[in-house]
Design a protein. Sequence first.
Length: 128
Amino acid sequence: MKRPHENGSIVATCRLVIPMALLCAVAVVMPLLAKAQPSTSITVVNNSGGVINHVYLSSVNQDNWGADQLNDQSVGTGSSRTLNVDCDAGQIKVIAENGDGCFLYQVVSCGGSATWTITSSDSPDCGN
């Protein structure tokens, strides 16, 4: 025969242990999910008549550009450069700057790969 307080203590223990176990599981899994940003491969192809001196990344709706992705290199005419980046959103804005200080923009979806071909017919933003 069970004692009345034994069944109550088991239930009370379960009510404490199960939520604590779930909380611990969430604490372990959440940081792993936060670091799982989609890796994106972006190939910038320069088919324009000029040199691309800088390539920057930004959130789509912001003008806060990150560091130059070309690391003091350039993409000459007829050349390309592939960037491997981690996105923390669904899309990322890629900004290319030519030798005249003019900019071109392209929005790329995160995850997988994308190619952005810059041609002489593209209209750069030169601040005019």
